[in-house]
Design a protein around this ligand. Structure first.
Ligand SMILES: C[S@@+](CC[C@H](N)C(=O)[O-])C[C@H]1O[C@@H](n2cnc3c(N)ncnc32)[C@H](O)[C@@H]1O
Length: 190
């Protein structure tokens, strides 16, 4: 049987596209957490729990489509920064922030939040995974000032005491300096 070379070509292109799309879905899971947006109701609750004030700086680690950053900048008029590894979601977030034009300042960093400096944050929001939260502990303790609020959706930070919980919405508030055992800077103790 003679195989139509054009057909082979199309099948090859389709296979490559499927691999790229699969990789796109799996990749963010591998570096922290896959994409799943927090519902608007929960984003509101997260920011309420953090008790945002005008001078706060919010960092959303793994900012997805930018919804937390945009709501913080629009509703609370604060500076909000999203760090997102996925360039497509990042571009979409930037476009949304540009079109909405919030009174606060919404900005986005394309990168891996494990490698980005977050020491300017006074509020950190996360919706990641149990594993990523565990991996983040050392970074949160070494880069954030005492008093910084960390609000996690769905996943607790294992071993840390919550300052407030919204069990209905699976939201957990932690405060650096109040929420964990004395930190002696020893990475292995975490
Ligand atoms: C569960 S989604 C949460 C999105 C958003 N924060 C929300 O609550 O709607 C997790 C996001 O984190 C991103 N992400 C995962 N690991 C990351 C990493 N190491 N650095 C930057 N972004 C990461 C994923 O691409 C995904 O968009």
């Amino acid at each position: 049987m003679i195989i139509n070379s054009q057909l082979v070509y199309y099948i090859l292109i389709a296979i490559i596209l499927i691999i790229i799309i699969l990789f796109w879905f799996i990749w963010s899971d591998l570096i922290g957490a896959g994409f799943e947006p927090t519902s608007t109701r929960r984003v509101k609750r997260m920011l309420e729990m953090a008790k945002l004030k005008g001078e706060d700086v919010v960092y959303d680690l793994g900012s997805g489509d930018g919804r937390i950053v945009i709501m913080a900048a629009c509703k609370y008029k604060v500076r909000a920064v999203g760090i997102e590894a996925d360039p497509i979601r990042l571009a979409w977030s930037r476009l949304r922030a540009f079109l909405i034009r919030c009174p606060g300042r919404a900005s986005f960093i394309w990168g891996n939040f494990f490698r980005e400096d977050i020491n300017q944050a006074t509020v950190v929001t996360i919706f990641l995974s149990a594993k990523a939260n565990q991996k983040l502990k050392y970074k949160l303790l070494t880069e954030l000032e005492p008093g910084t609020r960390v609000v996690s959706y769905y996943w607790r930070i294992k071993g840390w005491r919550t300052i407030k919980e919204d069990r209905e919405n699976h939201l957990y508030l932690y405060i650096i300096g109040q929420t964990h055992h004395q930190f002696y800077g020893d990475r292995d103790k975490f």
